[in-house]
Design a binder for this molecule. Structure first.
Ligand code: HEC
Ligand code: HEC
Ligand code: HEC
Length: 134
């Protein structure tokens, strides 16, 4: 009635198929590790605590944009209370070592497309490159 050979073979094929995605991810290794972004200079603080920045930076940037462009309110304070310019290039990118070492690492990993760079330049990174003699 039962064909043990066929059942075992079927089970083996099933196990291989179910396990393949796990092996595939294990083999990809480093590719699947969460991105590490460049550490901003020691002694600086972000606009909000890091955990909040991770979740809310997109909303905060749009808030800054509205306040600067519509109300000409160009300054704020960082999480430690130090004065800060509300600027994508001059603040965020300057502290975070430029686009490629911060924003892009997360966005590329997660496949998030951000259109801001059509207009906003990577001043922070360019300044760092000039300072580094390149
Ligand atoms: C004065 C320097 C400074 C400015 C300006 C600044 N940041 Fe930060 N940012 C930091 C520091 C310091 C951390 C915490 C890093 C850590 O603890 O590893 C941080 C953390 C973050 C994180 C969380 C990173 C992570 O590893 O999960 C995000 C996202 C972020 N910042 C985005 C921004 C954006 C967007 C702006 C502009 C609106 C900005 N930052 C402006 C210094 C700055
Ligand atoms: C710790 C990882 C991380 C870092 C660092 C980071 N982002 Fe993001 N960003 C995300 C994630 C995740 C999303 C998508 C959120 C969603 O789709 O709900 C996002 C979305 C955005 C969006 C909205 C895009 C959209 O179409 O809705 C903007 C704008 C943005 N990020 C700007 C920046 C800028 C500028 C920097 C660098 C200063 C930066 N982000 C750094 C993780 C990060
Ligand atoms: C079509 C061009 C364009 C695009 C695309 C664009 N911006 Fe802007 N943005 C501007 C201009 C012009 C200003 C005004 C600059 C000023 O008055 O200093 C500005 C100002 C800002 C400011 C405040 C001033 C500063 O120096 O940063 C923020 C913050 C900002 N934009 C964020 C964003 C974000 C986030 C995105 C993407 C989600 C984005 N912008 C996309 C053109 C653009």
């Amino acid at each position: 009635m039962y064909d043990a050979g066929k059942i075992l073979a079927g089970l083996a094929i099933f196990v291989v198929l179910v396990a393949t995605p796990f092996w595939w991810n294990a083999a990809r290794g480093a590719d699947t590790a969460p991105p590490r972004i460049e550490k901003p200079p020691a002694g600086t603080s972000c606009v909000l605590p890091p955990d909040q920045m991770r979740h809310e930076h997109m909303r905060l940037l749009i808030e800054w944009r509205e306040e600067v462009v519509r109300q000409d309110l160009r300054t704020t304070r960082d999480a430690a209370g130090r004065p800060l310019r509300k600027s994508l290039s001059e603040s965020c990118l300057a502290c975070h070592g430029g686009r490629e070492k911060s924003c892009d690492r997360c966005h590329d990993w997660l496949d998030v497309r951000v259109y801001c760079w059509d207009c906003h330049s990577d001043m922070g990174a360019r300044r760092a490159a000039v300072a580094g003699g390149r």
